[in-house]
Each structure stands twice: as C-alpha cells, then as structure tokens.
Design a protein around this ligand. Structure first.
Ligand SMILES: Cc1cc2nc3c(=O)[nH]c(=O)nc-3n(C[C@H](O)[C@H](O)[C@H](O)COP(=O)(O)OP(=O)(O)OC[C@H]3O[C@@H](n4cnc5c(N)ncnc54)[C@H](O)[C@@H]3O)c2cc1C
Length: 401
C-alpha cells in the first residue's frame, strides 16, 4: 500500500480541500533534497506512507551550474538509483584560475557530471514515484504543529515533515528558524552557451574584484555548456548597482567568448559551519538547512546527503526525528562543515586561495584533497593547512615589501 487508507476526494491542482489521513512523512520540495528523503524513507520502510509536495510540475528548471560531483553520484547509489545519470558524459578535467592568476589544470580522481536540472530533478522525482511515493503539486503556505502531528495548510497531516523547499524555505520560516544571514548568502546567475561538443574541461575563473566571486563553464557534452557567475550578497550590494547588471556584466566580462542565453539567478544559502536542521518534528534538508559549501557554491551533494539522512530519521525514529537527524548530520558532515567554515574565513583573503591553488598545481595529493573539501565531505589535515598558510604568509610578506 502506498497512499493513505482514505483517499481524499477533494484534491484539486494546487489545493488540498479536506483532511487526509496521517502520512508517516510529508516532504515539501521535490529538488534533490526532497527526492532523496522520499527515496530513503521508502527504501528503509517500503510500507511507509510518504507524500512529496512541490509547487511546480516536473520537469521544471532550477537556476544551477548543473555540476554533480562524484560524491553526489555516490549518494545516488546509496539511494538505490545508481545508474540515474550514467547516460551523461563523465567530466574528468578541471581547470581553476585563482584571483591572483595562479592556475591548476588536472584530471580529477573521480569524474564529475553535468546534468541539466530539468533532467536530473525530474528523474529523481520519477524514481520516488516508482518507489511508491505519492507526488502532488501543491504550494505549501501554512504549517501547524499539533502535539505529535504536523498539519500543512489545515488539511494535510503528517507525523514528520521534511522541509526541502530550497533557499527561500517557507517551512523553515514557519518553523520559526531564521534564514541564512546576508554574510552567508551568495547570489549567482547561470545560462547556457554553445561550445565545441568535445569540450570536456570544467573551468572556473575566480575574480579579485568583489572577491569572493567566480565564473564557471561546465560543458554538458551535447555542444552546450552551463556558464555562470556568482558572488557574496554583501559584495553585490556594495557595488550600489542593480544585481542583474552586475551579475550579467561580470559573466560577460569573465567569459567573453561564451555569450549566454536563458539567464536565471538565485540565492545560495552558504553553510555557516553549524546548521540548524529543524525544530521538533520538522526537519530541514538541502538549501532549506543552509548546507551549500561556502568555498565552491556546490549544494547538490549536500542536498542529497542531508535529504537521505532526514528521510532515514523520519521513518526510523518518528518519536524523536530531529535528534536522530542531527546525529546523522554530525557524523557525516560535522568536521567537514567546521573545516569549510574556517577555510571560508581564511579565503576572504584572495592571497590564501592563490596559495592553495599554487600548492595544488605542484602537489597532486593537495589537488585531490581540495576537490574533496570543495565538492564532498573532505577535511584538511594540519600539515597541509600549515603548508598553505606558510605560502600565503610568504606571498603577503613579499607583496608588502
Ligand atoms: C546559479 C547557481 C548555480 C549553482 N551551481 C551548482 C552546481 O553546479 N553544483 C551544485 O552542486 N550546486 C549548485 N548550486 C546549488 C544547488 O542549486 C542547490 O544547492 C540545490 O538545488 C539544493 O537542492 P534542494 O533540493 O535543497 O533545493 P531546490 O533544488 O531549490 O528544490 C526546492 C524545491 O522546493 C519547491 N518549493 C519551494 N517552495 C515550496 C513550497 N512552499 N511548497 C511546495 N514546494 C516548494 C521548489 O519548487 C523546488 O522544486 C547552484 C546554485 C545556483 C543558484
């Protein structure tokens, strides 16, 4: 049995008009975090009644660089959908130019993927549906916690709710939790450009002006590339110019040979080091929990991972899901999140990134480690932190002379 015992008759598009039976888990948002929560819940408890609500119909677009790290692919395997993106070309080469012009160009230890979100998210939602998750189009506006039940929009009742509704999460707000503060929020625009079909280098060009800021080109493998530019929100505001003008202008300036179409921008809630992943029976996952890597802006891996852990907590510990979820997150990402928080503070100085990229260009193991920290759950061993800091200070001293 996949849905609740009593099927609501009054369900209309965008409106749930009568009280449902109680769902074991209601997930708000069908991006990677929400679908991962749904897939995991049904994987662990096939008889669980799981409802996935999204205000959009799928396929739907989402402003994103479309880059899926190898670590994200590992998550797909854990969720029981290992081949979901196997028809896309693996991206093996990565080139990064630091704000001061240091350059590293190398083959990554494990390939990344570039899959337009129009495709990726729809496949995940479909996989959840095939596993027995009830998927409905509905825009959630209200939430009430009544004892051990959570009621959405006065009509849909769940034992646990996972808010996977993205950067501007309504669930987070209704749970009384604060949004990502501006200093931990970035904004980025993405578009698509034509490139040679054999272009397979993921290219990142950092910019000193308004640092931290960077542009990217991620070839999809079909003669197009996802191109974009992002920067911290306070830096954008400090320009005093309209956001669109700054973001579109910088993108054109940094990648002049790749004129972009379908430009679309969105906020990125960057991890502050210690996430607040929910309240009571309401768990937050992915961007709603502010889990984007502050060094790179990557969020899909963290959305899949946190969604998986939230779905797991919801069905294995329905009495105290938040405690189980917190424990899971701490175990999987605790040290990593503290590491990226520390590094992102050091990286406020562009010289630190110059030193890190210079070191990575000379030492293969450092390149691999930086990829792991920027795209996965990696941490930095002390000797390496020491080596980069020494190079950074030496650079700063040389500049001061
Ligand atoms: C320009 C840009 C480039 C990026 N590039 C990359 C990249 O290359 N690689 C990477 O890993 N990350 C990238 N990110 C980050 C990545 O896009 C996010 O981290 C990721 O989408 C988070 O997934 P999510 O499931 O948490 O949220 P989302 O993907 O935002 O999904 C949230 C879902 O919730 C739904 N929703 C929202 N409100 C409601 C509501 N009230 N009721 C019902 N449904 C609702 C939305 O319709 C949406 O489907 C980028 C972000 C931006 C803005």
């Amino acid at each position: 049995m996949t849905g609740p015992r009593r099927v609501p008759h009054g369900v209309r598009r965008g409106r749930l008009s009568r009280v449902d039976d109680v769902w074991d888990l209601i997930i708000v948002g069908g991006g990677p975090a929400g679908s991962a929560a749904a897939l995991r819940a049904k994987q662990l408890r096939p008889d669980a009644r799981v409802l996935l609500l999204d205000k959009a119909d799928f396929p739907r677009d989402k402003a994103c660089g479309d880059g899926i790290a190898a670590h994200g692919r590992d998550e797909l395997a854990l969720l029981g959908v290992p081949g979901l993106i196997d028809d896309h070309r693996p991206a093996r080469r990565l080139e990064v130019v630091s704000p001061g012009g240091a350059r590293v160009h190398a083959t990554v230890a494990r390939p990344n993927y570039v899959v337009p979100r129009m495709v990726f998210d729809a496949r995940l939602v479909e996989a959840a549906r095939e596993r027995g998750v009830e998927v409905r189009r509905h825009n959630v506006r209200e939430m009430d916690v009544r004892g051990d039940r959570v009621v959405l929009d006065g009509a849909t009742v769940g034992r646990v709710v996972v808010g996977a509704d993205g950067a501007n999460s309504v669930v987070r707000r209704l749970a009384g939790l604060p949004p990502s503060p501006p200093r931990h929020t970035a904004i980025a625009v993405r578009g698509y450009a034509d490139v040679p079909a054999d272009d397979d280098v993921q290219f990142i060009a950092m910019q000193r002006d308004g640092w931290p800021a960077y542009a990217w080109s991620f070839p999809v493998g079909d003669g197009t590339a996802n191109v974009g530019f992002g920067m911290l929100l306070p830096r954008l505001r400090a320009t005093g110019l309209p956001g669109r003008q700054v973001l579109h202008g910088r993108l054109a300036e940094l990648l002049p040979h790749l004129p972009a179409r379908d430009l679309r921008a969105h906020h990125l809630p960057l991890s502050p080091g210690r996430p607040r992943p929910g309240a009571g029976r309401v768990l937050l996952a992915g961007d709603a929990a502010g889990l984007i890597n502050p060094l790179t802006g990557e969020g899909i891996y963290y959305a899949l991972l946190s969604g998986r852990l939230a779905g797991e907590a919801a069905v294995t510990a329905p009495g105290e899901p938040l405690r189980a979820y917190r424990r899971g997150l701490r175990g999987a990402l605790g040290r990593h999140l503290r590491t990226t928080d520390l590094l992102s503070r050091a990286a406020q100085s562009p010289g630190f990134i110059d030193a890190a990229i210079t070191t990575a260009a000379r030492r293969r193991e450092v390149f691999d480690l930086l990829v792991d920290v920027g795209l996965g759950a990696g941490t930095v061993p002390l000797p390496l932190a020491y080596a980069v800091t020494r190079r950074w200070l030496a650079g700063a001293l040389a500049n001061a002379r």
